[in-house]
Design a protein around this ligand. Structure first.
Ligand code: MF3
Ligand code: CO
Length: 291
């Protein structure tokens, strides 16, 4: 990180304080880690208090959208119905679904059922059935600020194995969150997620991960969940990223739907589950912005 600011200039964070009284020591600390060879965030990944406010508002809409889906999801709905509910709720609250048209994605939400790992495309031909597990992944743009989170839903009577998978992936998020703290490393979190999945006999998808989010839908860093302690990017107050591990009952190998170019399946056809939370690193620890 280079330092173009003088110590008596106003700080880059918009506080109206002199740099030396505001983020100078913070920047020195980051530089210290960088000199030790650590991967550190660039300044554009550190959100200012004003940006955090805007991103938090966007995230509130995302939470409300998924709460609305939680209330309404049931067997007999099509994934197209879910797409409509997401679109209606997001726009009613003044937001816009970030997925819609993103790199040509045709719908407002991803709906990934059973052996679909992620990026399932809503369709009127897909009806939710008793025993299905589904990930609903929503994202919002509000006043230019982005948010992203996803939840699992069990439809009707789900068998014990699938129910356990859904529960364990939720626990993986909790294990990961215990390692989320300022001046720790993303790899501390990734290893904790991975260990909990493996302990339960599952595998974790290596090729798809979480990401920074807030000013864009997908920002740096890429966030893996098969990483090692003390590696990957330093977690610094003001960073916002997703924790969204995809955990498979069988192999971690994946298969892309060549026809639609989006949907990712498990290579062995066994179920996969994913939860996604969006976190802000704070001076004290973290804040979950969206879930
Ligand atoms: N939460 C998902 C992700 O970060 C959302 C993907 S949206 C899509 O990958 F449009 F790319 F499908
Ligand atoms: Co995401």
């Amino acid at each position: 990180m280079h330092n173009e600011l003088g110590r008596n200039d106003y700080c880059w964070c918009g506080s109206q304080m002199k740099y030396k009284k505001c983020h100078a020591a913070f920047d020195d600390k980051i530089r210290f880690y960088q000199e030790q060879g650590c991967t550190v965030p660039t300044r554009d990944l550190i959100k200012t208090p004003e940006q955090v406010k805007g991103i938090r508002e966007s995230a509130k809409i995302n939470i409300a959208v998924l709460d609305y889906i939680a209330k309404n999801i049931r067997a007999g709905l099509t994934t197209e119905d879910i797409d409509q509910l997401v679109y209606e709720k997001t726009t009613e609250l003044g937001g816009e679904p970030a997925q819609l048209g993103y790199h040509g994605f045709p719908k407002s939400v991803c709906t990934s059922i059973n052996d679909q790992i992620c990026h399932g495309i809503p369709s009127e031909k897909v009806t939710l059935c008793d025993g299905d597990i589904i990930n609903v992944d929503a994202s919002t743009i509000y006043k230019g600020y982005f948010s992203d989170s996803s939840r699992m839903f069990c439809i009707g009577n789900v068998d014990k194995e699938k129910e356990k998978l859904v529960r364990v992936v939720r626990e993986c998020i909790e294990c990961g969150l215990q390692e989320v703290k300022p001046w720790g490393f993303l790899g501390d979190m990734g290893q904790a997620v991975h260990e909990h999945a493996v302990k339960n006999g599952y595998s974790v998808v290596k090729d798809i991960g979480g990401h920074g989010v807030g000013l864009e839908f997908h920002e740096d860093p890429w966030v893996g969940f098969v990483s090692k302690r003390k590696t990957e990017m330093l977690m610094v107050p003001g960073m916002i990223f997703t924790i969204e591990p995809m955990v498979n009952m069988g192999t971690d190998e994946i298969k892309l739907d060549e026809k639609n170019g989006w949907t990712v399946y498990t290579a062995d056809g066994k179920p996969s589950a994913q939860w996604e939370v969006m976190v802000l690193i704070t001076e004290e620890g973290y804040e979950i912005l969206a879930y």
